[in-house]
Structure formats: C-alpha cells, structure tokens
Design a protein around this ligand. Sequence first.
Ligand code: SF4
Length: 299
Amino acid sequence: MSNILNCCTLCPRECRTDRENSSGICGGGFLPRAAKAYLHMWEEPCISGTRGSGTVFFSGCSLKCCFCQNYKISAENFGKEISVHRLSEIFLELQDMGAHNINLVSPTHYVPQIISALDKCRDRLHIPVAYNSGGYEKTETLELLRGYVDIFMPDIKYFSPELSEKYSSAPDYFEYASRAVSKMIGLAGKPEMDENGIMKKGVIIRHMVLPSHRRDSEAVLREINRLFDKESFLLSLMSQYTPFYKSSEHKEINRRISTYEYEKVAELAAGLGFKGYMQERSSAKEEYTPDFDLIGIDK
Ligand code: SF4
C-alpha cells in the first residue's frame, strides 16, 4: 500500500504526492478519512432495498465539481481519519445492521486502504461491495479492485470537455469516464439481482441532468448507447440537482432543472431502450444529501 501512496498516481490527476507526508489534490492522506457510515435509503431500489445500503462516505475527491451535492466532505474534506482496521470494523458493523451491501462513496483516492480493509474482513463479510464514484478513474486503479468489488455505480457527468473543464476542472473527464465504465463492465459482468430484486453484481451508470445543459445530457446518452451493450449495465437518470456550493458563480446552473428539461432527456433514454431507473421529478428532495456528522465512524 505504501509504495502507491508515496508517489500517488491513483487517479487521472496523477499529482505524485507523497501521501505519507502530505495530502494530494483530492485531499487524501495516508489513512482513510470518512464522514459518515449508515444505512442509506435513497439509492436506487436495487441498492437500498428495504433495509438500506451500508454506505461509507469518504472525505475528499479528485474531481472538483463546483456544484457538488456533497461539497462539505468532497471539497471541504470534512471527516475523520481512521485506521484500516477501523474501516474493516465499519464494514462489518453495517453488515450487522442489516445492510444489503457495502456502498463506498468517493472511494477512488482510498482504493489501497479499502483493499487492505476488505482483506481484513473478507472471511466475515458476505454482502456485495459497491464502488460509487464520480467516474473520473484510471483503469489501472480499477484493476486493483478485481475480486473485491461486485457492483460499480459510476457517474457519467458530461460529454463536453468544455463543460467538464468549466465545472469540474477536468477537460479529459469523458475520455476517462467512458474507459472506466468499459473496465467496470469487464470486472463486474452483466447486472444480476437476487430473488428480492437486490443487486448482486453489475454496473449502474448514473447521470444527473444539469440545468441549461440538456443537450449535453442527450450527448452522454447517445455516447453510452454507442459504446456499451445495453444488456451490460443499468442506467439511473437523476433529477435531484440542487444548486449547492459554487453553483451561484455560474448563472446557468444556479437553479433546479425544469420538468421540461428532465422529460426531454428521459424521453431520449426511453427511446434508446435503456434499462434502469428514472427518478420522478417530484421526488427530487434534499434528503438525497445527508447530514455529515461522523455517525458510524467513531466507535
Ligand atoms: S488520488 Fe489524490 S493524491 Fe492520488 S493522484 Fe489523485 S489527486 Fe493525487
């Protein structure tokens, strides 16, 4: 673990930080840092099920989205450093609480520590592990997760390099995200559910429609349709965008999306024949964004 972290190139930023002595662009240091661990009821039905998804929110992020819905932890790095041993205990505690799965949110910059934690509890952890990320990933880092992760839930946020540069400081976003999804499909295989409709393995591609940018959402959907076999993933089309954090610096995204914008994108998704989930516009609530309060992190 320490070799990778002493000159970190885990994510496309490749900032080569020695994380034993300082933090990378993502905010990640040597030990994992997390802000909350609890049973999350607001993921897709096949993930949250009836008992909830055992979600661990990691602090920091290598993407720099100005509208981040979790900006307190991603941009402001709120959270607490924990040992790898404590992280493995958290996984088991979530399982004991009845979680359908372990849901790792913003895990990219902590992949080596997560693998070490999973190694510690592998013989006792019997629920699927889900990797829930912004999609800005290197395939080499994803390869490290072979055999550890069952479900991938990547975003594909943008197609346009201009938009990904403007809002996330990542002009190469789509290039990385599309290659990452292809790799994730290779690692997880086709979606599989258990007898209760809870996901056992597979990929859910998530796309949140941004205000004023439905054309880019449509371009994302067309590219997904062109690049990936429709049987190899589920699509989750989300409408819960709320103008948080630095959205106010960009007038065009400083509002909720309209019903018209969402419906046009949803119509295209339906027309392309994707399987998955479309969120009711009326169900877009702030509950999707939990309070970050270290619940489940401290012993
Ligand atoms: S994961 Fe963090 S430290 Fe590593 S390359 Fe990316 S931004 Fe830098």
